[in-house]
Design a protein. Sequence first.
Lengths: 114, 114
Amino acid sequence: NAGVTQTPKFQVLKTGQSMTLQCAQDMNHEYMSWYRQDPGMGLRLIHYSVGAGITDQGEVPNGYNVSRSTTEDFPLRLLSAAPSQTSVYFCASSSQPGTSYEQYFGPGTRLTVT
Amino acid sequence: QQQVKQSPQSLIVQKGGISIINCAYENTAFDYFPWYQQFPGKGPALLIAIRPDVSEKKEGRFTISFNKSAKQFSLHIMDSQPGDSATYFCAASKVYSNTGKLIFGQGTTLQVKP
């Protein structure tokens, strides 16, 4: 099992550009989520999904869109990048939807918006 | 609003010493308290977790102490090793929740000197 994979590892965007951060898992997990990590703030939940076709907002959803067409993939879209979205983004998955148990994190995407 | 406060921000310990990281939470509805370990360039990985029905949980050199009345919990790393050098995040959540949302502390960077 590759676990949770994320691409790209690094990305630099200009203000106003859009892009999609990719996340995939091969563990057949129903629950997937996106967090952003900022210095001194820990990790904060952006969006989550409890299964294919079902997504919902987390704590800091503004400026981000998600979709879940398959169990394996959960892409995060930045609609119009802003410097405030400079961060490290982590995708996570869990085999236990409806709980916060056993969340597996990917290696992260470091995004810089200039 | 920071619902989970973690201290210290950074910690330097000699090899063989005890590392102690503290967290305090506000929401009395939280009933799951995991610790995550993150090495540079990697995603967080679940290290150890506790539910409030016990005051202590030990796994190898890692121990969580939990004080429900004080709304505090801590991670103790006994016989600290250079390989333990990493960033540690405490988190708190309601276990049974559709969001699966973890509220993370700010993180502690631990350096264990040989």
